[in-house]
Design a protein around this ligand. Structure first.
Ligand code: GAF
Length: 385
């Protein structure tokens, strides 16, 4: 549906046909939060909340872009890329910038994009945007980039051009996603393994708090710094340690008196979470969804109390699920300070769950709760030539 809308818009905007239609998905993360930049494990998947791109090469270096959902457009030259107040355009310019810096020859293009990824909800519309354009330009200009190179380049676009110091999880999930599977990514080696995630008995539901507290970006950078401080303290005793991935609870326990209290809490959460992801994958192979769901709760409580990236609205949504026997697991998802919770709900209990949590949230915060039932899809792909 979205792809035909985007194609139609392309026709009416540029009076020509697109050469290529690409879809690029947002992501969920089942478990493994704030572990990617610590060289740890994550367990994301790409979902049926997607962006569609209709694109055509253009003579010269000019680009004309129309953002369908926002009803906004932008024009720029690939020879003169400047960051502007139009945030969505910066993600795209960042990708063009990285491609050129890496020596790839591209030219201008006409592009229409849009889709159904909720923005500000923590499902990585930004990674979908970066990966989608990297994928399009790779095809259009025959750049022969492999998927991992496009992932790294998209992450770098966000780090360097947009100025957000994110890890690699979101771009990796958007590109490497596989239908009905979650991906265990080792964010140090970038080795990955798919685990089947069957949804015969369960539904994954995102509950969007509808809030995005402004602390998000600065606190994200502060957390990264706190983790690095913890590593530096331990390096005096264990020079081989590079990130918290190399740290055990025993090491933390042995030297805890040397840690500022907050740094110790942050490190403890990360070390536990890295182990938790590996154990959660065992639960999946044993089809023990009860145990898997319990770990999602443990992650939430760690993020709430030790890592301190949750907020009142997220905590409330998770708390509401505790008495519901049909909810096996729930937690805040993504960077934090707003966005969505992810809920693992038994199929039979979905209607009751949605009705009661929406009512409770409305009463408590006077905000209409928007929920999304998601399915796991393939990563970024071509829809048609
Ligand atoms: C954001 C970042 F972009 C990811 O890299 C990751 O760190 C996540 O927050 C927290 O797990 O989505």
């Amino acid at each position: 549906m979205y792809s035909s809308l985007i194609t139609e818009k392309f026709h009416s905007f540029f009076q020509s046909s697109p050469e290529l239609i690409v879809r690029s998905p947002g992501r969920i993360n089942l478990i493994g939060e704030h572990t990617d930049y610590n060289g740890g494990f994550v367990l994301p998947a790409s979902i049926d909340k997607e962006l569609y791109f209709a694109i055509r090469k253009k003579e010269g270096s000019d680009c004309r872009i129309f953002a369908e959902n926002l009803d906004e457009h932008d024009e720029f030259s690939i020879d003169n890329l400047e960051k502007t107040g139009k945030e969505w355009a910066n993600y795209l310019k960042g990708v063009v910038d990285q491609l050129q810096k890496a020596g790839y020859k591209i030219g201008g293009f006409d592009l229409v994009f849009g889709g159904n990824i909720p923005t500000g909800a923590g499902v990585s519309s930004s990674a979908a945007l970066e990966c989608g354009l990297a994928f399009c330009l790779n095809q259009l200009y025959d750049l022969n980039l492999d998927t991992l190179t496009m992932v790294k380049l998209s992450q770098k676009a966000e780090n360097e051009f947009v100025g957000v110091n994110c890890g690699i999880m979101d771009q990796f999930a958007s590109m490497f996603g596989k239908q009905s599977s979650v991906i265990q990514i080792d964010c140090r080696s970038l080795n990955y393994q798919y685990f089947p995630f069957e949804m015969e008995d369960f539904i994954l539901i995102l509950c969007n708090t509808g809030v995005k507290h402004s602390l998000g970006n600065s606190e994200y950078n502060t957390r990264r710094q706190e983790c690095e401080t913890g590593v530096q303290i331990l390096q005096k005793y264990y020079p081989e340690i590079k990130t918290l991935r190399d740290v055990s609870m025993e090491m933390l326990g042995k030297h805890e008196t040397e840690f500022p209290e907050i740094v110790l809490k942050r490190c403890k959460y990360v070390v536990e979470e890295i182990v938790r992801v590996q154990e959660a994958c065992k639960d999946l192979t044993e089809n023990n969804m009860r145990a898997f769901g319990q770990k999602m709760y443990q992650t939430h409580f760690g993020l709430q109390h030790d890592y301190a990236v949750s907020c009142e609205e997220l905590d409330y949504l998770v708390e509401q699920t505790l008495e519901d026997e049909n909810v096996f697991g729930a937690r805040m998802m993504g960077g934090g300070f707003g966005g969505c919770t992810i809920n693992l709900v038994k199929k039979d209990g979905v209607d009751r769950f949605l009705a009661s949590i929406s009512e409770a949230y409305q009463q408590k915060f006077n905000i209409e709760l928007v929920s999304h039932l998601v399915t796991i899809t393939d990563g970024t792909s071509v829809l048609s030539h």
